[in-house]
Design a protein around this ligand. Structure first.
Ligand code: DGY
Length: 332
């Protein structure tokens, strides 16, 4: 019975990011909660503070900004689970966790459609020069009508190229094919089943063909050692000079310096970036080029979706510790 469970017997959970008050309350119902960030105080966990803050904890609730590396795992021998409220988990050394018997879970599915909405919006903003137009207007430069004022590239009917055809890539493909009449080509290590390709209206091509064919290239591939700088100067040089590139995956997939150079020299027309190598720092050269739309890693940031991501991480923690309705459910 619940009355037999004393507070000190409850698993202790470290919460490494600021999060909704309701989520902290939900955690507190089942766990002893260590939440140094509360609801609105982000912490810089790049130094030794993280291991000290996590000492003695049984589980961790994290997001992409909390670096869970082998040294941290070694410093936290009581840890049994790391549950991230993100779908990407390149900030977590899964091999080190597995070797130490620490279970890792992520938060897929709940953010797919929201992230696809944003990826599509960023691609449209780059193609139709929406941010450039806004800066132009705010700077008081709008004096006359001109036939070519901030004229960009059409999205409808243009070829949509998708690099990485997982759940989010497929959701972007559906938007392009069904809503905008776009022929869709994609490149992924493994091809989708034919029936899925047919339902999406998407065609697998090799990476080189993808780069040469796409009018609008959207990158949705997870970050790993093998996707590091998958798009660099050589790849950008293969693209059409009228093409756009949008990245809602991870910063390290694109060589930001090479992209800034390509944008400045007109190798491609424009870009939309929600993610950056070394974020929240942004390569200074990107800040200098006008033909790129820059957003601060917010592709999944609708309030409803961020709440769903956090709730899923809480459910995963409960599943790991066999608590409540989640007892017996394997975490995601
Ligand atoms: C994810 O879930 O990986 C996103 O990048 C976080 O918003």
């Amino acid at each position: 019975p619940a009355a037999c469970t004393t507070r000190s017997q409850r698993p202790r959970i470290f919460v490494g990011v600021p999060i909704f008050a309701e989520v902290l309350q939900a955690l507190a119902a089942d766990f002893e909660v260590v939440a140094p960030c509360g609801t609105d105080t982000p912490a810089d966990w790049s130094g030794p503070a993280l291991a000290a803050a996590m000492a003695g904890c049984d589980g961790a609730f994290v997001a992409g900004t909390v670096p869970v590396d082998a040294a941290l795992i070694a410093a936290c021998p009581t840890l049994r689970a790391v549950c991230t409220m993100a779908v990407g988990y390149n900030n977590i050394d899964v091999a080190a966790c597995t070797a130490a018997g620490v279970l890792v879970s992520n938060a897929p599915d709940v953010l797919t459609e929201t992230t696809a909405d944003f990826g599509f919006a960023l691609m449209m903003a780059a193609a139709r020069r929406i941010a450039e137009g806004e800066h132009y207007l705010r700077a008081g430069r709008w004096k006359h009508w001109r036939y070519d004022l901030l004229a960009g590239a059409d999205v409808h009917g243009a070829t949509l190229g998708i690099l990485g055809m997982g759940r989010i890539g497929q959701a972007i493909a559906r938007r392009g094919a069904a809503g905008f009449g776009m022929p869709v080509v994609y490149h992924n290590r493994s091809r989708l089943p034919e029936a899925t390709e047919a339902a999406l209206g998407a065609r697998w091509v090799d990476k080189d063909t993808l780069l040469r064919t796409a009018d609008h290239l959207v990158i949705v591939v997870p970050y790993s050692a093998s996707s590091h700088h998958l798009i660099g100067a050589a790849e950008l040089a293969c693209m059409k000079p009228t093409a756009t590139l949008t990245n809602v995956a991870r910063g390290g997939v694109v060589d930001d310096a090479a992209l800034a150079d390509a944008l400045a020299r007109g190798v491609i027309a424009s870009a939309g970036l929600d993610v950056f190598e070394g974020e929240p720092a942004v390569h200074p050269a990107l800040l200098q080029v006008p033909n790129v739309v820059l957003t601060p890693h917010i592709a999944s940031a609708s309030l409803r979706t961020r709440r769903a991501m956090a709730d899923l991480a809480v459910r995963n923690l409960r599943a790991v510790f066999g608590l409540g309705e989640e007892a017996g459910r394997p975490p995601t």
